[in-house]
Design a protein. Structure first.
Length: 201
């Protein structure tokens, strides 16, 4: 499927996750609730023509591909196996591996968003107060208009989750809302995204 230009994109952060880290056992029940809202929301956005972009930790597996990360996080003994399987990307989704907390740090996310003509981002994923929070800060620096879905993010506790959302609202003027409050998505004129110019080499 050719890339489609879209004013808005959905970022799904670190949901392909084994949750095998200190505190992961506390994230798990919140992540399971998040799946119930994020999975149908992402599907609704796909049907509307919005790019769905997974930006995911590489778990220090520097030779890994997306398939390697997915297999690692869905191994039988992984705490987050069911969550990762429930949120597996569709074939037409985008997937970027990241080395640190932010979706923007040392990744190809900005060139991809430029290629798609995207100016607005909807953020979701794990954890609200860490990777979603850091990604929102970097997105703000790039002057994207931001929405964070309160019911499609999760953290170790309500306290951590709510505090991060308040900080984003107060200092970055981020719109915080539920997925069911997103009524309409502007996807541009459905023209294929611009192809990169041919290499001069």
């Amino acid at each position: 499927m050719p890339d489609q230009r879209s004013d808005t994109a959905l970022l799904i952060i670190d949901v392909i996750n084994d949750l095998e880290f200190p505190g992961g056992e506390r994230v798990l029940p919140w992540a399971e609730r998040m799946v119930e809202r994020l999975a149908p929301f992402a599907q609704r956005m796909r049907k509307a023509g919005m790019p769905v972009i997974y930006v995911n930790d590489n778990f220090d597996h520097w030779r890994s591909s997306f398939n390697d990360v997915y297999k690692y996080c869905t191994r039988p003994e992984a705490r987050g196996r069911k969550v990762a399987r429930a949120l597996k990307p569709d074939p037409d989704d985008y997937f970027i591996l990241k080395p640190k907390h932010s979706a923007f740090f040392a990744t190809s996310l900005v060139p991809l968003l430029q290629h798609l003509g995207t100016k607005k981002l909807i953020l979701s994923g794990i954890a609200t107060n860490l990777c979603v929070f850091f990604s929102a800060h970097d997105a703000h620096m790039y002057e994207y208009k931001l929405t964070v879905l309160s019911d499609c993010c999760c953290a170790e506790s309500d306290t951590d989750h709510d505090m991060a959302l308040r900080q984003l609202q107060q200092f970055l003027r981020v719109r915080v809302c539920r997925g069911d409050e997103i009524k309409q998505v502007k996807t541009g004129n459905r023209r294929p995204a611009r192809k990169s110019p041919p290499s001069s080499k």
